[in-house]
Design a protein around this ligand. Structure first.
Ligand SMILES: C[S@@+](CC[C@H](N)C(=O)[O-])C[C@H]1O[C@@H](n2cnc3c(N)ncnc32)[C@H](O)[C@@H]1O
Length: 265
């Protein structure tokens, strides 16, 4: 992705922050339990979250009672996050691009980013995260992948809709089995500032009505950035498949990957 594409696409989330909030799922409880245990989090901990969106990962962290500073690019997303978090005086949401954000002098015990790190400038994200962590602090990255499973027939047929309406779709694309998605320590390793990365993986499914599935698709930067006629054609084509062939309900399988590195330098 070029820098220009990244900056254009990452700005799409705030175009309808309430839709994002309604349609995007959160993360498995077990993942937060593992994050707390592996990062050694407690009520005294200081946590920085990069790209909190409307607070999908912020809310479980807020409930731990620790201090959370969340940095979010979009003022609209941040406003929804603040609404959800208004009962948590331990949480502040700041509107800024992480790349340009001025950190406080007190270092953090954990820097976490959920489905957002890939939107940050690759030349800045790991180094700046390390800079704001105390020695021994943890950088935790949460990645979301759509993997093989769920209503498999629907996803095979959906490819036809994508090939018809989205020219960026590689022909014959199929869902990737979770086992074929590797854990990847390379960014941590390259930085030279973290010990060996640790990994956890969680697979789960969510069922969507036709409306809820279209709403979910409208939270994806890829769908939002299509020209309007193509976007409407794509959504109509997919809705037809869900309604006609699957009684108005499909399941999608997710792989949530947690990658943790401990700051050594
Ligand atoms: C896919 S959403 C993830 C939101 C939320 N963390 C979640 O788990 O659903 C990516 C978020 O990162 C934010 N974002 C993108 N680039 C950013 C940047 N440079 N600095 C801070 N936030 C950024 C976007 O505005 C968006 O809210």
């Amino acid at each position: 992705m070029t820098d220009i594409d990244r900056e254009l696409l990452r700005a799409t989330f705030g175009q309808d922050a309430d839709l994002y909030d309604r349609a995007r799922p959160g993360y498995p409880d077990q993942m937060f339990a593992d994050l707390v245990a592996l990062a050694g989090l407690g009520p005294q901990s200081r946590v920085l979250e990069i790209g909190c969106g409307t607070g999908q990962a912020t809310r479980p962290l807020a409930r731990l009672g620790c201090t959370v500073v969340a940095v979010e690019l979009s003022a609209e997303m941040a406003a929804v996050a603040r609404r959800h978090l208004r009962d948590f005086p331990n949480v502040t949401v700041e509107v800024a691009a992480f790349e340009e954000w001025t950190p406080p002098l007190t270092p953090f015990d954990l820097v976490v980013s959920a489905t957002a790190f890939h939107w940050i400038d690759p030349d800045v994200r790991v180094g700046k995260s390390a800079d704001v962590l105390r020695l021994g602090g943890t950088l935790a990255l949460i990645h979301s992948e759509h993997v093989a499973g769920g209503t498999e027939r629907f996803f095979v047929d959906a490819q036809g809709c994508y090939e018809r309406f989205d020219p960026r779709t590689p022909p014959g694309l199929r869902q990737t089995p979770a086992a074929d998605i590797p854990d990847d320590p390379s960014e941590f390793d390259r930085s030279g500032r973290f010990g060996p990365a640790r990994f956890r993986r969680y697979e789960w499914e969510q069922t969507y009505s036709t409306r809820a599935y279209l709403d979910l698709l409208m939270t994806y930067s890829g769908t939002r950035s299509l020209p309007r006629p193509a976007r409407e054609g794509l959504l109509e084509c997919l809705a037809g498949l869900v309604d006609r062939d699957h009684d108005g309900q499909v399941s999608k399988r997710y792989l949530t990957r947690l990658t943790l590195g401990q700051k050594t330098a």
